[in-house]
Design a protein around this ligand. Structure first.
Ligand SMILES: [Zn+2]
Length: 344
């Protein structure tokens, strides 16, 4: 097992979070990574500092102009001469019929909601979050010996809500999609197993008409719950991708047994697909006391989840994404890691 992370992911520090009609306290904070990093340290597990792989795999998924906006939007915002807040943030989402002239038009084009502001150092963290994920993919591309069959990336900001050309839901670059695409250089079939509390509509959208990347997700019913616009059972893919997008929305209030019933069905789909590599999007926001939780997974439940993923007996890259019960991230990650390394 190998663990990757990068300290520069702590630089992104959102100040605003506008959702469901009001300003809220940002939940996706740098402390999240500080807490996650405690787990391997306490367990005596080494964390490898990610090295730079580069921008190319990012541009294989995301539009160039969108990536330029993420990179330079903050400078343009500050240089506009208007009275602006301290982060690039918009209340307008207009992806089409938008000239893109001026930073406010760009923000309206590329920011899908009020939960993905861009501050001075956001791009650095966004970039290193993707690089951290890419390190695991690159090691599978280069690894002949399968030494690194289980790899876990402690990433922030997360990625699964990011679309090809817009940010939203605390996400900017779609790390799971980026590494799936990158892995296809060598492998034929990639399965993305998403167990975050929220549906990864960005991943779904990116691979909706493809059968080389399976997307299966267990998440809270999206009716009036983020990402609100997608994540239903009837969304099964399009064209040759039909049948390669499988959603398992859970009723709100689902207990731990119910969660694992859904996870088991999702895992069966992965087995049927028989992928070369599995990308597991792991959200600790399914934890019972998480402010985003609509189900009740216990700390011990993360150990069970890890064992199920390990039992698939395939090369797997785990991306840690959601999880906002900050004081429990360390303990919950320890439980998950103990499941990965346990012999029973
Ligand atoms: Zn989530």
């Amino acid at each position: 097992m190998k663990i990757y992370s990068h300290e520069k992911q702590k630089l992104h520090h959102p100040k605003s979070y506008f959702s469901r009609g009001k300003m809220r306290q940002p939940q996706e904070t740098p402390e999240r990574l500080t807490e996650l990093l405690k787990a391997p340290q306490i367990m005596g597990l080494e964390v490898t500092t990610a090295k730079e792989i580069g921008i190319e795999p990012i541009l294989a998924v995301h539009d160039f102009d969108y990536v330029e906006f993420l990179k330079h939007g903050y400078e343009e915002w500050m240089a506009s001469g208007e009275e602006m807040g301290e982060e690039v943030q918009t209340t307008v989402y207009m992806p089409n019929n938008n000239s893109g002239l001026g930073i406010l038009a760009k923000a309206a084009k590329y920011q899908a909601d009020g939960s993905a502001p861009i501050g001075k150092h956001s791009w650095t963290s966004i970039y290193w979050s993707a690089q951290t994920a890419l390190n695991a993919a690159d090691s599978l591309l280069n690894d002949q010996t399968h030494q690194s069959d289980i790899q876990i990336c402690l990433t922030r900001p997360a990625g699964h809500h990011a679309r090809k050309n817009s940010a939203g839901g605390f996400c900017y670059l779609n790390n799971a999609a980026i590494i799936a695409e990158h892995l296809l250089q060598k492998f034929q079939k990639i399965a993305i197993l998403d167990t975050d509390m929220h549906h990864g509509q960005g991943i779904q959208e990116i691979f909706y008409d493809r059968k080389d990347v399976l997307y299966t997700s267990v998440h809270g019913n999206p009716v009036n719950f983020y990402p609100v616009v997608a994540g239903h059972e009837h969304e099964r893919g399009y064209g040759e991708g039909y049948g390669y997008n499988i959603n398992f929305p859970m009723p709100h209030g689902t207990d731990e047994t119910g969660f694992f019933n859904h996870v088991d069905k999702s895992i069966e789909i992965v087995k049927l697909f028989n992928p070369d590599v599995i990308v597991h999007v792991l959200g600790f926001d399914v934890y019972k006391d998480d402010p985003q939780a609509k189900c009740h997974v216990s700390t011990q439940g993360f150990k069970t989840l890890a064992k199920k993923v390990k039992a698939l007996n395939k090369p797997v890259i785990i991306l840690v994404e959601g999880g906002y019960c900050i004081e429990k991230l360390n303990e919950n990650l320890q439980a998950f890691l103990s499941g990965l390394i346990s012999k029973d």
